[in-house]
Design a protein around this ligand. Structure first.
Ligand code: SF4
Length: 367
């Protein structure tokens, strides 16, 4: 039986940092290897968060880079290979070369459980390795299993096996209803998500126990484990819980989240950087570029340097245009308007919410 490795990737974002803390506090006996894929282009605040986490965890966070033998920083090594061609959401070579490939090299052929910090209030799956020896688990969600495991467990052809495992773990009043749901085939009028929700609502622990037994009949890495403590976890963690975990642990919320006030034509606004990742990341919002220009002018100048070959970080808008005073003013005004509309939400996490509304971005870099 191969030894299963338990891995947790630290992106520099709040959710993966909180997950590392959560796992140490709740599952101290799991021997988790923490790693971070370093592009060499993160904000200092991100590197500080990683240092704080190492102190809290009492463990080194392993640095993975895509260019181990290069004298240059990883991103600079690859941008040369790509002849100055900047990555974009349509050509995301940076994630492939700097995040995914180093991770898959680190894993090799070992069976791996990869813990992913997608929250209970998010509707996305994140990066799922296509390698069959890597199995993702989502401890913050009601459904801790990945889409592919659920697809197999709830497949119409698997109904008899799913019923068999459920009967082993469930007794009492709810069992007839569970068997009724399990026996209902997925169809055009009854989809997998509906079936999953109904089953989880009738008992998370029982659902997890049945899925775990099913997984043992497959080639998934967890088939090598006799016990898996997360199957009894019923906690669902949302945004506010993440901030609380970071603050209570003393690790702290990444400093780039600290809001800075600005004024435009008599109106006040607040900006900050809302996500981890490279300081020049093309996923950042226009207001974050303005934040970088005004709060980290040295880094902004470096981001401009990369545009020297004619490629731009933002489609149709070179950074030289973005920093023209009238354009900065317009971006700030637009942002204030958007914040006012969104402030009906009345959340202390408005900036974070706005950033996520912009799109999922890169799961490897931001979670
Ligand atoms: S943070 Fe952005 S630029 Fe950096 S590797 Fe991730 S997607 Fe690419």
């Amino acid at each position: 039986m191969s030894k299963v490795r338990h891995l947790l990737g630290i992106s520099g974002g709040k959710d993966s940092a909180a997950l590392a803390i959560y796992m140490k506090e709740n599952y101290p006996h799991l021997d988790i290897e923490y790693y971070t894929s370093d592009t060499g282009k993160e904000l200092d605040e991100t590197y500080q968060l990683i240092t704080n986490l190492e102190i809290f965890l009492g463990k080194k966070i392993i640095r993975l880079t895509g260019a181990n033998n290069s004298p240059e920083l990883p991103f600079d090594h690859f941008i040369k290979m790509y002849n100055g061609y900047l990555p974009s959401s349509n050509a995301r070579w940076c994630t492939k070369k700097l995040k995914l490939e180093p991770f898959e090299d680190f894993v090799g052929n070992d069976p791996v459980i990869s813990y992913v910090g997608i929250r209970g209030d998010e509707d996305r799956e994140g990066y799922i390795s296509k390698k069959s020896n890597i199995q993702s688990i989502f401890p913050f969600r009601k459904n801790i299993w990945s889409e592919d495991v659920i697809g197999k467990f709830l497949a119409n052809t698997n109904i008899p096996l799913a019923e068999k495992f459920y009967v082993e773990f469930m007794t009492g009043d709810k069992l007839p209803r569970v068997l009724e749901i399990l026996g209902t085939k997925i169809s055009a009028s009854y989809n997998q998500q509906q079936k999953l929700t109904q089953l989880l609502d009738l008992g998370i622990k029982e659902f997890n126990a049945a899925v775990f037994e099913f997984v043992k009949t497959t080639n998934y890495p967890l088939a090598n484990e006799i016990n898996f403590p997360l199957i009894t976890n019923e906690e669902i963690l949302v945004r506010a819980d993440i901030f609380k975990i970071l603050e209570d642990s003393g690790v702290g919320v990444p400093a780039y989240y600290k809001e800075v006030a600005f004024e435009v034509n008599g109106k006040m606004g607040n900006y900050a950087r809302s996500r981890s990742g490279c300081f020049f990341c093309f996923y950042q919002q226009k207001i974050e570029w303005v934040w970088l220009f005004e709060q980290h002018p040295d880094l902004f100048a470096k981001a401009m340097e990369y545009e020297k070959d004619g490629y731009t970080w933002i489609q149709d808008e070179p950074l030289t245009e973005l920093i023209k005073p009238e354009r900065v003013l317009q971006i700030k005004e637009d942002y204030i308007k958007r914040s006012e509309r969104a402030s009906k939400v009345k959340s202390p996490y408005l900036l974070d919410i706005l950033a996520e509304e912009e799109g999922v971005g890169c799961a490897s870099c931001f979670i």
